[in-house]
Design a protein around this ligand. Structure first.
Ligand code: NOJ
Length: 740
């Protein structure tokens, strides 16, 4: 449609029809509950039938057949036949579940992240998705927050910017109506990852400078990449809920960052401003949200029930409604929905493309880049398949390794590690036992109860657990090596999965303790959605391979890495804390007046644990041995028109081939405001042949030295800087230079 026609359409709409466009409901409203994909507290929305057939979009309806059915049902009763928009949470893939976002980020490979976004976009677009509620680019520093699993950038704003831009571009391409493209909704505006004490939906209170420095860059990058949508967050930000925060939405997002697309609230977030005590009642919640500039109310009845009354009282609000509706209609038009309300749904293509073998093969390769080797004493990995291996632990024969968001993919169909090991290891060399469950019933029942699902009871659980561990120990006795699969339950990380204790479950620690007594090498494969506190097992095992929730092809990908077909190359994007009490912990923290440089009481330190993290940001081992030397700068001074060339020599002193993530950090030694100890400003993922030597180069320019000063200006200040290069944020070579 021409834009003129869109405006004509708007002029034909009744106020009720306009308001309907600003309301989103779950698709089951049109399917009479044959699907149950909601991600918040299920609500009785109390919408009139008239309003239901005016709504503008639906949430999480997928599958060509189903999408067409909903669209047909809707259009059959809608006066102006404005098609519904289908918005979805394809967080780590549709039918092919890819590694969870935090894992994807650990690839430090933009191509990996792009490719995952492309396949996810294609699969979901054929199945009816128009908009994806992704990427989540909330910076995170506190592993207690369950949603760290969804953060593509972890604790780093530089990674956040790069990934945000690339994912948006991969989803949207040049034309969002084309097959395989979807509109991207960047979320959650803003600073949701900074909820106090890592408790979900909790308070965020921070200086604007801090917000701009660390949290804003990834949102801005998504906006600059022309993301079509933004989602507001549940939290308050400096006293005002994000969803009704005029400074945030109007001044920052619309005016300063120039965002022109559609803004949607998070699930029920407009209504929740009442619980926040920031809106007196439902009518005021509607007024506050429209005044702030929220275009779509996701899953609450507030806009549906109150906007009309408000508009009749105040003409200016009707103008705002018109602006919002115009934005929504334009998005539908860009998606080509007026010409074809079914979008790119295609039942035949679904059969051919979704879960096809090429994509599965690709998925395995991409997945392998997300694994992080945390420990590898005596080069116990890669495993020699001719040794006697005993596979133990709750994940050894468990396909539920796709994470909590993979609601469209079929967990039960995934291969398990045992399935793949069986093909790989001669049966006389392979023994196995579960050893223990992921969680004891007491723990899992707390989760199930909160979900409103039936709880579990096991008779004599304690004895059974003991017996099972004993059996595993007996079996392990006859092996040369123990491969131990451990981790969180997938329901322990994701939305509403905050935890005050981020240790491995006690029964799993018990299993480690017992196996440790056998004095055999232990290789741990770790499944989890957040950095865990590993102190109580770390010194009892020889190797740890962090595989996160690796997705559909996880078992295949893990096996190939474990046996050395592929060298692990992931690096952490979040520091692993010594324990939960150390959270929030992040590498790019400010300098204190009393840095913990030596053993002395009155320094910024803990009495009971080391000050540094257990595994730092940027860290990850390889089967290769990379040696860094000869950090050189082509000159020692830089000004606003010049750059410095930095080079470093890296040797792969091993017989393995593999990738290394070469990282460049900068430190501003002195400033008008206190500057962080180190900030990532560049990285390259480089392939090395066995024993290959390479010179890797970076360029430093003035943009890399800028920060937000006290007056909220983005500036670089003259003076001395340090540049660090290394394979993680701690072990680095360093040099100094000066900005003149
Ligand atoms: C709530 C989550 O916070 C958000 O990320 C998600 O996209 C919506 N629910 C829709 O499911």
């Amino acid at each position: 449609m021409k834009d003129r026609e869109i405006i004509e359409l708007l002029n034909k709409m009744t106020l009720e029809e306009k308001i309907g466009q600003m309301v989103q409901v779950a698709g089951d409203a049109f399917l009479q509950a044959d699907i149950n994909v909601t991600t918040g507290p299920l609500k009785n929305l109390e919408l009139s039938e008239e309003m239901l057939y005016n709504v503008g979009s639906v949430l999480n309806v997928m599958g060509s057949k189903r999408v067409r059915k909903v669209q047909d049902e809707y259009l059959s009763k809608s006066r102006l036949k404005i098609p519904l928009l289908f918005m979805d949470d394809v967080i780590n893939g549709y039918k092919i579940a890819f590694p969870i976002p935090i894992a994807q980020g650990c690839s430090w490979n933009v191509d990996v992240v792009r490719k995952i976004a492309q396949i996810s976009a294609m699969e979901s677009n054929i199945a009816g998705a128009n908009v994806n509620f992704s990427p989540m680019v909330d910076l995170v520093r506190d592993a207690r927050w369950g949603r760290v699993m969804e953060s593509i950038e972890g604790e780093d704003p530089y990674l956040g910017q790069i990934y945000s831009k690339n994912i948006v571009q991969a989803y949207q391409g040049n034309n969002i109506s084309q097959l395989g493209q979807i509109a991207s909704c960047v979320k959650h505006i803003a600073a949701y990852g900074a909820v106090e004490s890592g408790r979900d939906y909790n308070t965020v209170d921070m200086s604007e400078r801090e917000f701009r420095q660390y949290y804003m860059p990834a949102y801005k990058a998504g906006i600059d990449a022309n993301a079509e949508m933004l989602m507001t967050s549940f939290n308050i930000i400096n006293g005002i809920p994000a969803t009704i925060n005029k400074w945030l939405i109007q001044d920052l997002v619309r005016k300063e960052l120039g965002f022109k697309g559609v803004i949607i609230s998070d699930y029920g977030a407009i209504e929740e401003t009442i619980a926040h005590g920031a809106s007196k009642d439902e009518k005021e919640a509607a007024l506050n949200a429209i005044n702030a500039g929220v275009d779509i109310d996701m899953m609450s009845r507030i806009y549906a029930n109150y906007l009309k009354e408000i508009c009749l009282e105040n003409k200016e609000i009707e103008n705002k409604v018109n602006e919002s509706v115009l934005r929504i209609l334009r998005l539908k038009n860009k998606l080509g929905l007026f010409e074809n309300p079914y979008g790119n749904t295609d039942i035949e293509k679904e059969k051919k493309y979704i879960m096809n073998s090429d994509n599965l093969k690709e998925a395995k390769r991409l997945t392998q880049e997300t694994f992080v080797l945390l420990k590898n004493e005596n080069n116990i990995l890669p495993l020699n398949k001719n040794r006697k291996i005993c596979l133990i632990g709750p994940y050894m024969d468990n396909g539920a390794i796709t994470g909590s968001w993979s609601m469209f993919s079929d967990r039960a169909k995934n291969n398990t590690i045992l399935d793949i090991f069986r093909n790989r290891v001669k049966s006389e060399n392979l023994s196995y036992a579960k050893g223990t469950e992921i969680l004891r019933t007491e723990e899992i029942n707390k989760i199930l109860k909160a979900d409103g699902t039936p709880t579990i009871h096991i008779d004599n659980e304690q004895e059974k657990e003991k017996q099972s561990i004993k059996e595993a120990k007996e079996i392990a006795k006859n092996s040369d090596i123990i491969v131990l699969t451990l981790g969180e339950h997938y329901k322990q990380s994701g939305e509403a999965c905050s935890r005050s204790n981020i240790n491995l479950p006690e029964n799993q620690v018990e299993l480690v303790n017992e196996l440790y007594k056998l004095n055999k090498p232990i290789v741990v494969i770790l499944f989890n959605g957040r950095p865990l506190s590993l102190n109580n097992i770390e010194n009892k095992v020889d190797a740890i391979l962090e595989v996160w929730f690796p997705g559909t092809t996880g078992a295949e990908a893990i096996t190939e890495v474990i046996f050395g077909d592929v060298t692990p190359s992931g690096k952490l994007t979040m520091s692993f804390p010594q324990n939960a009490g150390q959270c929030p912990i992040y590498y790019n923290h400010y300098k204190t007046g009393r840095p913990h440089t030596h053993d002395f009481r009155y320094l910024s330190r803990y009495q009971d644990i080391p000050t540094q993290s257990l595994y730092p940001f940027g860290y990850g081992l390889s089967y290769c041995k990379f040696k860094y030397r000869n950090l050189q700068l082509n000159k020692k001074q830089i000004d606003k028109n010049t750059t410095i060339k930095v080079s470093v020599e890296i040797e792969n002193a091993s017989d393995y081939e593999g990738y290394e993530v070469v990282q460049l950090y900068i430190q501003d030694l002195y400033g008008s405001v206190v500057r962080p100890v180190k900030e990532l400003k560049g990285f390259k993922k480089e392939y090395f042949k066995p024993h290959e030597n390479k010179i890797i180069e970076f360029k430093i320019d003035i943009e890399m030295l800028k920060f937000w000063n006290e007056k909220l200006q983005y500036v670089a200040e003259k003076g001395e800087f340090k540049v660090y290069i290394g394979g993680d944020s701690v072990k680095t070579l360093e040099e100094t230079f000066e900005l003149v």
